[in-house]
Design a binder for this molecule. Structure first.
Ligand code: NAD
Length: 368
């Protein structure tokens, strides 16, 4: 079976679907790997490293698509890339089918077997393939570094000849994978960190990272059986907004990561709450791609309101391309080795990992 990796074509995408190390693992597993020239350059993986790992380098994306049985990508395929797909081949990437209707119907029409790892069930068996977790880890880490580079304050407490400087107070809203990594990173930089989440199970995880959990009486069951947050009732959400408005007043940095799978991100910080914050405070809205947690955040932009800087960074994982790609590659290779049996795709749709991730197959659109 031939596995191909084109260079990512989306603007500002620096990741690549396979690292040389993981390409080598696939070669050892009996697969043939070919990579478009320069595919890994932006992630600091030179072509020679792929060749040393046993992969071959081909000149163009058209060569990759023409010669591969399975194409591995990071982002959803562009219209041009779908046109390059050969009938009956497979493609693995990360996208929400509902956000890419044209690509999905074109993949279906070309009889491509397309998988999206964004749809992977969050079950123990699928953990090694969990790209949402690995890339959220990068986002949580990088959000704190951006905040640290934006604020006019030190993060740690400093005792100097010029006096004692108090540590930054960081508040993390939403303590899932990204939020927990943000907490850990802010703690390592020496900040005093507190965090809030609607799922009570999170308290222990927050405290184990040396942060304080700020608790609110939720008064309803806010967690699904699968361990995700549910949308709150209007009344509870109103109380939550008031509760958060009180806490952001004291924060120098707020990192927001709250999300509800399949829904718009919940608003947690209103414009009025921002106006009551201290000038010089920084909000980094990691949930901006699904609508944002701060009412004033704008995708890819810096907004300043009353001296508060609100950042809505897009595609944070791509800003740390070396390690983000390394983790992504391990995830995608685990998935590939799971669906490939004896050199062929084993499409057992009674298997939840295969059934849930398969977007198109045999001309049929299975997830829209
Ligand atoms: P996510 O990105 O869907 O949400 C991020 C966080 O936002 C969650 O902690 C959620 O509770 C929180 N949130 C949602 N609405 C909120 C609100 N109104 N106010 C405050 N916080 C709100 O979640 P995630 O980071 O992908 O993971 C969520 C859970 O799933 C975690 O417990 C994680 O450990 C678990 N998980 C399990 C697996 C597995 O394979 N078993 C894999 C990944 C994640």
């Amino acid at each position: 079976m031939k596995v191909g990796v084109p260079k990512e074509t989306a603007a500002n995408e620096r990741r690549v679907a396979l690292s040389p190390e993981v390409a080598g693992r696939l070669v050892k597993a009996g697969l043939t790997v070919q990579v478009e020239r320069g595919a890994g350059t932006a992630a600091s993986f030179p072509d020679e490293a792929y060749v040393a790992a046993g992969a071959s380098v081909v000149a163009t994306a058209a060569d990759v698509f023409a010669q591969s049985d399975v194409v591995l990508k990071v982002q959803a395929p562009s219209t041009a890339e779908v046109q390059l797909c050969r009938e009956g081949t497979a493609l693995v990437a990360v996208f929400q089918p509902s956000a890419e209707p044209q690509a999905v119907s074109a993949l279906g029409a070309r009889k491509v077997t397309a998988f999206s790892l964004a749809l992977l069930p969050r079950i123990t068996r699928a953990q090694p393939m969990d790209v949402l977790s690995s890339q959220a880890t990068v986002a949580g880490y990088k959000a704190v570094l951006i905040a640290a580079a934006t604020t006019g304050r030190f993060f740690p407490m400093l005792v100097t000849a010029a006096g004692t400087l108090t540590p930054a107070r960081v508040l993390v809203l939403g303590a899932g994978v990204a939020g927990l990594q943000a907490i850990a990173t802010a703690r390592r930089l020496g900040a005093v960190v507190s965090a809030f989440d609607v799922r009570p199970a999170v308290k222990e995880q927050v405290e184990s990272l040396g942060a304080k959990f700020v608790a609110m009486e939720i008064g309803e069951h806010a967690e699904t059986a699968g361990g995700y947050a549910k949308q709150l009732s209007d009344d509870t959400h109103r109380r939550e907004l008031e509760f958060i408005a009180e806490h952001v007043k004291d924060a120098d940095i707020v990192i927001t990561t709250a999300a509800i799978p399949g829904k718009r991100a919940p608003t947690l910080i209103t414009a009025d709450a921002v106006r009551a914050m201290k000038p010089g405070s920084v909000i980094v809205d990691v949930a901006i791609e699904t609508g944002g947690n701060c009412e004033l955040a704008r995708p890819g932009a810096e907004v300043v309101e009353n001296g508060v800087v609100i950042l809505g960074p897009l595609n944070l994982a791509s800003t740390l391309p070396y390690h983000a790609s390394q983790m992504y590659a391990r995830n995608v290779a685990s998935f590939l080795l799971y669906v490939v049996r004896d050199g062929r795709l084993n499409l057992d749709f009674s298997d939840d990992i295969i059934r849930e991730t398969c977007v198109t197959h045999g001309g049929e659109v299975r997830k829209a």
